[in-house]
Design a protein around this ligand. Sequence first.
Ligand code: BEZ
Ligand code: FE
Length: 286
Amino acid sequence: MRDFDEHNITQSVIERFGNTPDPRLKTILNSLVTHLHDFIRDVDLSFEEWQAAIKFLTRTGQQCTDTRQEFILLSDTLGVSMLVDAINHRHRDGATETTVLGPFFVNEAPALPMGANIAPNTEGEPLYASGVIRSTHGTPLANARVEVWQCNKDGFYDVQLSPTLNLRASFQTDAQGRFAFWSILPTSYPIPYDGPVGDLLTATKRHPYRPAHLHFMISAPEHETLVTHVFVKGDQYLDSDAVFGVKNSLIEEFKPHASGTTAPDGEPMTKPWRSFSYDFSLKADR
Ligand code: BEZ
Ligand code: FE
């Protein structure tokens, strides 16, 4: 076939993919071509706009390094990451809600014992975090793996500052499914905005901030791994998270305590501190 025009080219491209042996790949390509062509017709894309899009995507790729994934940031800020998350976690059946993994998870976080401090020699308001991991049937899950990571008081993750790991750890729950650790209060922070995704936010008058949170990845045998956050109640960005990750059920009060009080682990506190407790439910594998 020849003489393609704006009306017949879409069907021709779909037919050109007609011999794709993998049926799922064929379905995805058919839908992609249909929606992409419809989108271009819908906005009546100019040649200059097409060039600008190519340049933007090229810069997005060029911004990627071992520690910076600009395409995931683009996906996050377009709401695509949370849409994929929603589609893949449709039926929670009482399990804790999920949210974005984000780019700052590290596999090799130190394994620390119950009650340890994940922020040694780190400035900030002390925070005591605790909770219980259960199955959706209410059974406490012993020896579950609780991986936690968060930013510092200035809104930076360790990997953005130096190769030294800090403010992250992996814990194992005890026989009653409990975990506990000391840290510092995280703050709201901007996602990296010195690249093309930041330019997109600026051009559209969007701010780059995420509300303060701790990240959790919780795994236990025969259960679905849970990737989620606990958000700090009262944060000014809860309703405008740059990556659309906030869910009401994940917001918790980080209770303020006065200096001179005693922490749950018996520690006498000589400055004001915070605490929160959050219980997580994991869904059985099948
Ligand atoms: C984060 O919460 O660490 C995060 C999530 C998405 C984009 C950037 C950061
Ligand atoms: Fe984060």
